[in-house]
Design a protein. Sequence first.
Length: 296
Amino acid sequence: MNRSITLLLLILTMLFWAVNFHITKIALVHYSPMAVAFWRFLFGVIILIGVLVVQYGKGLSNIRISLKTFGLICLVSFFGIFLTIYFFNKGLQTASAVSGSLILATSPIMTAILAFFFLNRRFSPIQLFAMTISITGVIILLVKGDFTRLIAMKLETGDLYILGMALVFSLSQILVDKYLSGINSILMTTISVIIGLLMFAAVSTPELLSSPVPDEWPFWASVGFMGILGTGVGYVAFYHAVVKLGATTTALYGNLIPLFTVLLAVPFKEEVHASQLIGGLVIVLGLLLFGQSKKR
């Protein structure tokens, strides 16, 4: 797959994930965060296994991976899928889709910080300044433009969950970049999503057995979209990009998520507040400066 197609799929994935911020809130009206995650990843696993069969055909039975590689994929699944989606769904129970996407936009900065510790990558003074700008934007979002909330520690729980999501998702990218760049991205994604599905099944089984499955079409449309496009297509495209472009470069395309999320706020009938626009602008300015400094 050449670079242009990789970039196109990466941009489409950012669009799918922006839509997820809005439609997850719809699904959460009908079911708990863990149950929603289970149905989403069940759809995703079905799609991924189909893609894997098409790619490998009869050679699928000959695939072998080492125990060490499998263990690393389990770690990627735990951080990049289980914890990421758990924090995402928990956060969106109270956080707005727009605020959540803007906070997640700090993932490139978090990825860069983790790359400093785990990949021995260094920062220039401009990059450090850019990171400070973006972190300031996150603080504006967390305090809703009122800095007295920071002193009183009156922060929204949902926003903090999304911040945790950005951290664990960034950690999964570092693991892929450092240890799993040599494995086929579709194979790695399929295995990690299956493991993630098993984790969600284990946690949500009591509810799945005791609560009736929603029969409203908005729920099934939401989890179907998240599973097929947000998971089946999105995760393959994203981790393929991490392998081909590197974790830090791929993470920079996460800047498109808040842009798409804000543009989708009107059709999904969500309000956009001044503090979100200001905080988002500050975050994006920092990310742009950080991105430009990498090209020098």
